[in-house]
Design a protein around this ligand. Sequence first.
Ligand code: NAP
Ligand code: 8YV
Length: 321
Amino acid sequence: MGQPVVLIPGPMHPAVAAGLEAHCELIRLWQELDPEAVLAARRDEIVAVATGGTPIDGPYLDSLPAVRLVASFGVGYDRIDAAAAAERGVVVTNTPGVLDDEVADTALGLLLMTVRELGQAERYLRAGKWADGGPYPLTRATMHGRRMGILGLGRIGQAIADRVQPFGISVAYHNRRPKEVPYRYYPSLLDMAADVDTLMIVIPGGDSTRHLVDAEVLKALGPDGILINVARGTVVDEQALVDALRTNTIQAAGLDVFEHEPKVHPDLLTLPNTVLLPHVGSATIPTRTAMANLVVENLVSYLTKGTPVTPVPESTHLLDG
Ligand code: NAP
Ligand code: 8YV
């Protein structure tokens, strides 16, 4: 019997293919001259997919009937329909935990940049305005004594909470369910937004959280409010955010993710009260390598023992017993 066949639909971190090569035959679909012909010829042999962002839904899985595992690079798996996969007996895995500190560091950096206008101040210096125009204006906001509401106190949200407390920043949170943590829980996002001046978004993306942060939530956050999003752009109604920033309904926003990324709403680029990063939350060599290694671990463990290491919640019942 030949080696199991694993499909890689699009480019992904090179450590994934390097780690898998000894254990399976790989189809690097994007490198094939005629990808459709390759898929048609091999569709009944492909038992697993390793993906770094290709959308995968029910019909996609129906076209690959032998697939039993989809191993996704990244903790967020909103581009994969995990429920449709479960209905077809396909397990989905992601890469939780190994990136928490990196993303929390990015969130903290983004918060500092936004509160203290560090990007704007650096551009001021580089434009020669310091020498010609005097010191950069004092910032209205400070880190100390802020009141942060975390939308999504999970692994990364907790790592952010750990980091902000030495700044004297208080923490509250909104999840669907309360946790045993020493922070105030708000069953209502709107009520939390009204009580804080810093809204930190770290919930999963996808249909269930689309536009959870809308015009009403932004209005509740108020004119001293700062919004930070390191989760998914889809969680925020981006047009409502642009309007809120333009009318000073909120003070400023720091964003690592965008609703239609890599496209960025053109007004976000020109508004003075935004700090914008190109989805770099986990983007260091050590962390991306750890994520790639976890993709490999999931696939190898599944291919050799039938038990992947980090299945997503929608898949766990498929592995019980
Ligand atoms: P996690 O541990 O699963 O935490 C997510 C939290 O969100 C949970 O506490 C969950 O609590 C809460 N939540 C889920 N749905 C909710 C809803 N509808 N309303 C309110 N709260 C909800 O996930 P994580 O590992 O911290 O990652 C969080 C997200 O960050 C990922 O899904 C990903 O999209 C994003 N991310 C971005 C980057 C980046 O590069 N910018 C990097 C990594 C991750 P309940 O279940 O009680 O609601
Ligand atoms: C990566 C992420 O940017 O893990 C996630 O959910 O958003 C990031 O770590 C992404 O997975 C890279 O494809």
